[in-house]
Ligand binder design. Structure first.
Ligand code: GLN
Ligand code: ZN
Length: 758
């Protein structure tokens, strides 16, 4: 006996085939038929991988052409009015991406991952009705290939919990309307086979839920479980514990519960009640959202603990969540250092781990054949190697980090800002930008060529410097007051620093779906972090030498570097983050010693690092703030520290933001007028603020009048001496044409206001 289970599998394809065909279709270079052909091939291959690995519980309906929450909206016929005249793929992709005349639906992060889903948009006029074809067809597709799948669905409570209503009322009020559709769906599914297993994902149960929401669980799952008696319903949660929900779920007739024992250790508390109610437990022990080789002995000991309470017969071994969040297969990593590669496991390798753990757990080590024994021994060896390897454990770094005592910069804000204003001598409503300027095809090509060694270092630097020169001339002509160099040398704000820090690794093919056809290739932190040499000083000092105006140095903050990387799992996150912070503090010191007077430390991902559970927030905030402050601790009083955050909502975290004590923060408020700025006033926020005055996510050029109006709104909330004027975010995804016009209009708007206020 051995039972192995995978919550879900990546769908983008090992060579990002889905991405390629989708983008080709959107560019009118291929037909939708071709898209479907590629999709069928991918599904078949992905099932094959899982079958070959010996996984018993393989999913269907984990595939999607864009997003599985969007698929659920389609399944329920939850289609916003503005798309109602569209059909088929035109409807589907318009909802996801908009079209010439209609704006797309909103997109947001899937819990605390970097995957984005399409936010369901519900209204009272919706007529929910079942569209089960995708689900039914996928099941049949697999069956034709000889694979009997479990069917993955997004649960009704999570679906509504992630929805928004156009009238802003509570989406849960619509439960009575969508539940019958779910019932009908289950009836359709029940016709497919004698027995069908259904996995209903309810990750929302892993958050803090109000009693009102928890009270929906029993009626919903009582009702869904009795629709027909040939369905085995498994409710899965992940990313955190879901103890409150589990307590209720066990009292319903569902067949099993899937829990994450890695990111939700507290789930152990639910074991007794699961056992008492004789539910199956799908135990997530192989990390579905990180890239490290599983420590099989450790997994076995977790399972040993679990099986003290739960009968082995009721246990199934699983990934902690869908493997969607890990790259596909290590087989394309032929350039990686073999030592490091041997510590990693991508999705395909994780399948083998799940199977192996399950086999050993149920049948003992003696049941392994020679090949499996070798893999198991290799696993023990690799894990041991990671614990002791010199390329991971750097005593010098560890010593410095534990003795590091400069926890904040010198001087109180009130004193610092006086010195800074005198020295930097900038006007009220000082005009600046967030850092990057348009990344032209030439810049990208130059970077790529340099990486591939097809152009020399000299040639590369000349091209970058030319870009910087142009960028500076434009800013000077335009009337921007605090300049930036434009970041042409950076492909990505985290990768750029990762590449220069010791302890960081890079993959060739470690792509993970971010949204739709978009993938990211996060770098990974495998060892203790240090900075062999200055990372930005040459570029910034070059730029400063080209202008008499102030050149802002540009760094990415420790929390963002951490949150956008795969992080080692053999050390606490806060320790890794502290190592990065110390490296950055050295960089800041080097910058100011080289004459740079303003330094911006971007914390774009500060907010998304927040834990799902309230009780864990304080711990996160404590170390995140600590490490931002450590990073800037080397700044002299007269060095002005800016930070930038790609958010607009600060209501819940304003005190934390204040505690970071940056002299200036720029934020994303263009789309919300002055509403979201008010909290800064309410709490008596003292430091300076640069609320974005135009939205950089669209190519539209805002007019002078528009921005005058926007600035006036800002002035209703904060005094002019506390305000900076800048766009919402970096400009690297924009074109030069629209950027120039927009920034010119922005400067003109400021000049107009200044004149008026004289
Ligand atoms: N300095 C970065 C840029 O302008 C900031 C980007 C971000 O915060 N996402 O590109
Ligand atoms: Zn931003």
């Amino acid at each position: 006996m051995s039972k192995s289970y995978v919550i879900g599998f990546p769908r983008i394809g090992e060579q990002r085939e889905l991405k390629k065909v989708l983008e080709s279709f959107w560019a009118n270079n291929c037909s939708f038929n071709e898209v479907q052909e590629v999709a069928s091939k991918l599904k078949a291959r992905h099932w094959e991988y899982q079958k070959d690995a010996g996984i018993e519980y393989i999913s269907s309906n984990d595939f999607s052409l864009y997003d599985n929450i969007l698929d659920t909206s389609i399944m329920l016929n939850a289609i916003p009015n503005r798309f109602k005249n569209l059909r088929g793929e035109e409807l589907y992709f318009s909802m996801a991406r908009g079209n010439d005349t209609t704006v797309a639906m909103e997109m947001t992060k899937w819990f605390n991952t970097n995957y984005h889903y399409i936010v369901p948009e519900l209204s009272l006029e919706d007529e929910y009705k079942l569209n089960a074809s995708k689900i039914i067809n996928e099941y049949k597709e697999a069956k034709t290939l000889g694979i009997k799948t479990k069917i993955n669905l997004i649960g009704p409570i999570t679906f509504l919990g992630l929805s928004k209503r156009v009238d802003r009322k509570d989406p849960y009020e619509l439960l009575g309307k969508i539940l019958p559709v779910y019932e009908e769906l289950l009836k359709e599914i029940a016709k497919l086979d004698e027995v069908v297993t259904i996995q209903i994902d309810e990750p929302i149960f892993a958050k803090d839920n109000e009693v009102k929401v928890l009270s929906l669980i029993k009626p919903v799952y009582d009702r869904l479980s009795i629709v027909t008696n040939n369905l085995k319903i498994i409710v899965t949660t992940y990313f955190e514990h879901s103890n409150e929900a589990t307590k209720i779920l066990v009292t319903t007739p569902i067949w099993g519960i899937g829990l994450d024992f890695l990111y939700g250790e507290e789930n152990f508390e639910s074991l007794a009640t699961i056992a008492r109610n004789k539910k199956k437990l799908i135990a997530g022990v192989v990390d579905g959202r990180n890239i490290w080789k599983n420590d099989i002995q450790n997994s076995l000991s977790i399972l040993g603990e679990i099986s003290k309470v739960i009968d082995k017969n009721n246990l199934i071994i699983s990934s902690s969540c869908s493997l969607l969040h890990t790259p596909f297969s290590l087989k394309y990593e032929d350039k990686m250092d073999e030592n490091i590669k041997n510590w990693l496991s991508y999705s395909v390798e994780k399948l083998e781990e799940i199977k192996l753990i399950s086999k050993i757990f149920y049948n003992g080590v003696n049941s392994l054949d020679d090949k499996e024994t070798k893999v198991f021994e290799g696993n023990i060896h690799a894990n041991h190697d990671r614990k002791t390897s010199k390329i991971i454990h750097d005593e010098k770094v560890q010593k410095r980090v534990s003795n590091f005592s400069k926890l904040q910069r010198n001087g109180k804000y009130e004193d610092r800002i006086k010195v800074q204003k005198e020295l930097l001598n900038y006007k009220d409503l000082a005009i600046t930008t967030i850092g990057s300027f348009p990344q032209t095809p030439e810049v990208r090509t130059a970077r790529r060529d340099y990486k591939k060694n097809t152009i020399s270092k000299d040639e590369y630097e000349t091209q970058m410097k030319n870009y910087i020169n142009d960028c500076i001339s434009f800013q000077e002509e335009c009337g921007i007051e605090v300049l930036v160099h434009g970041e042409p040398e950076r492909n990505d704000m985290v990768e750029y620093f990762g590449e220069q820090l010791k302890g960081y690794g890079f993959s060739q093919n470690g792509w993970v779906q971010s949204y739709g056809s978009r993938c990211v290739k996060p770098p990974f932190i495998y060892g203790d972090i240090s900075r062999p040499k200055a990372m930005t000083v040459d570029w910034i000092t070059y730029a400063q030498s080209k202008t008499k105006k102030i050149m802002k140095g540009m760094l990415t903050g420790p929390v963002t570097i951490l949150n956008w990387s795969f992080v080692r799992d053999d050390k606490q996150k806060d320790e890794v983050s502290k190592q990065i912070a110390i490296a950055l503090s050295d960089e800041i010191d080097d910058l100011q010693n080289a004459g740079i007077k303003i330094i911006q430390v971007d914390e774009a991902a500060f907010k998304e690092g927040y834990p799902l559970r309230k009780e864990k927030i304080k711990t996160y905030e404590d170390w995140a703030v600590r490490d931002f402050k450590i990073a800037v601790s080397s700044a002299k009083e007269e060095t002005q520290i800016h930070t930038h955050m790609c958010y607009s909502e600060f209501n819940d975290i304003i005190k934390t933001i204040e505690a970071m004590d940056a002299d200036v923060i720029s934020i994303e408020t263009a789309r919300s007028g002055n509403e979201l700025l008010k909290i800064f006033k309410e709490v008596g926020y003292k430091q300076e603020v640069g609320p974005g005055v135009y939205d950089i996510h669209s190519p539209r050029v805002p007019s002078v009048e528009e921005m005058v109006k926007q600035i006036k709104l800002l002035l209703e909330v904060l005094p002019k001496k506390q305000l900076w004027i800048n766009p919402d975010c970096g400009l690297k995804t924009r074109k030069w044409e629209e950027t120039k016009q927009s920034l010119q209009n922005m400067v003109e708007a400021v000049n107009y206001i200044r004149k008026e206020n004289r």
